[in-house]
Design a protein around this ligand. Structure first.
Ligand code: SF4
Length: 135
């Protein structure tokens, strides 16, 4: 099989090592530029089954804000990201929303959940401020 070289930036930590990966198909022959073993793990995943966390917002009915941020509980296969985003566009939660409330339990058959990243009170739960001059 022909050897190829693929350049990647490891996104596992903020160092962001620039990896030069020599591989035959999905089999890694050599990784250069990694400052720790996680770079090799990242390169292997990128070549065989690239994955990313999903971050977006979903609509909330009667919430203090119209949307709430959500995220996947684990990285999902890249090919599933757009189907999951399309599915999340159809979701409308009902306020109040809890922190880490499950939005999708098994996003597009991945076995990975999508949860809220923050709580969101209902419109009616807003604290009322006292009129000026009263305490
Ligand atoms: S190879 Fe190691 S040090 Fe470099 S970005 Fe990846 S995890 Fe961080």
């Amino acid at each position: 099989m022909v050897k190829e070289t693929t350049k990647l930036i490891c996104i596992t930590c903020p160092v962001g090592c620039r990896l030069e990966v020599t591989h035959e198909g999905k089999t890694i022959v050599k990784v250069e530029g990694d400052e720790c073993k996680k770079g090799i793990d990242y390169a292997e995943t990128e070549l065989s089954d690239p994955q990313r966390m999903v971050f977006t917002v979903v609509r909330v009915k009667d919430g203090l804000h119209p949307v709430v941020p959500v995220r996947s509980t684990e990285p999902v296969p890249k090919a599933k990201i757009f189907p999951i985003l399309r599915r999340l566009r159809e979701v409308e939660l009902e306020a109040p929303v809890e922190m880490h409330q499950v939005v999708l339990a098994n996003a597009e058959g991945t076995g990975i959940g999508v949860v809220t990243s923050r709580p969101l009170p209902a419109m009616a739960e807003q604290p009322t401020s006292a009129p000026v001059g009263e305490s």
